[in-house]
Design a protein around this ligand. Sequence first.
Ligand SMILES: *[C@@H]1O[C@H](CO)[C@@H](O)[C@H](O)[C@H]1NC(C)=O
Ligand SMILES: *[C@@H]1O[C@H](CO)[C@@H](O)[C@H](O)[C@H]1NC(C)=O
Ligand SMILES: *[C@@H]1O[C@H](CO)[C@@H](O)[C@H](O)[C@H]1NC(C)=O
Length: 238
Amino acid sequence: MASLLLLLLLSPLSTTAASSGAYPTIPGTMDTSFPASQDSKLIPIRREVYGDGRIFDITHRYTSDMPSMGSENGLGQFLRLPESMKNGSFANISEMKLITHTGTHVDAPGHYYDHYFDAGFDVDTLDLEVLNGPGLLIDVPRGTNITAEVMKSLHIPKGARRVLFRTENTDRRLMFKNQIDTSFVGFTTDGAKWLVDNTDIKLVGIDYLAVAAWSDLVPAHLVLLKSRVRLMQCKVIK
Ligand SMILES: *[C@@H]1O[C@H](CO)[C@@H](O)[C@H](O)[C@H]1NC(C)=O
Ligand SMILES: *[C@@H]1O[C@H](CO)[C@@H](O)[C@H](O)[C@H]1NC(C)=O
Ligand SMILES: *[C@@H]1O[C@H](CO)[C@@H](O)[C@H](O)[C@H]1NC(C)=O
């Protein structure tokens, strides 16, 4: 069981940067208190700041030709307009139908543990403190899955709780190919075990649809989801 989720990756806004305008101006974040007569100039504020940090929305865009588990030709049509003003309806009403394991998503503990599922460990039970906050983006060596040996070689600092792993999946642009490619890079079971035993990581992100390599799909998921607090965030990193 998984659900759509927007990951908020925060980088502290240093006071000097904020006051000197060192950050490029983000369109739509300027003061928009126009008088009502200038409605045409109203620009919505985009919430690119959260708490003390700047938000990087790395959610993958949903498109009909993005890959989808269980489909040979991508997600397909997932959006339609059952009520259209063009056809006399009083409003436009869209309908979206897609499995929750689509694109950027987070795995709930019940995704691979049926007794967690039955006990109600769905995405609502995930800790927002784990899901939101500073994250470490790390490049893994190419030409290998994420094994214990690879994990060891990365020297991820103690205390790092949220880590996104950028792999050759990104180089291969797998999230932009409609066919599922089971040769994607992910965690092997021993890589997942190493992470659980040797790091403080509670949130794992990866740049394809599953955190575990295809060959280790079930056992590596079981290792990561067992404690119910170690979540897996699957996403593409552009
Ligand atoms: C409006 O209705 C027509 C005829 O049923 C249909 O072909 C068309 O796609 C509809 N347009 C929209 C925007 O829903
Ligand atoms: C309503 O939907 C139609 C068909 O997609 C679109 O052309 C039109 O711009 C929409 N109207 C509004 C007010 O959004
Ligand atoms: C990663 O593992 C998959 C099997 O799950 C395999 O097809 C692929 O070749 C491996 N990738 C690398 C770079 O070793």
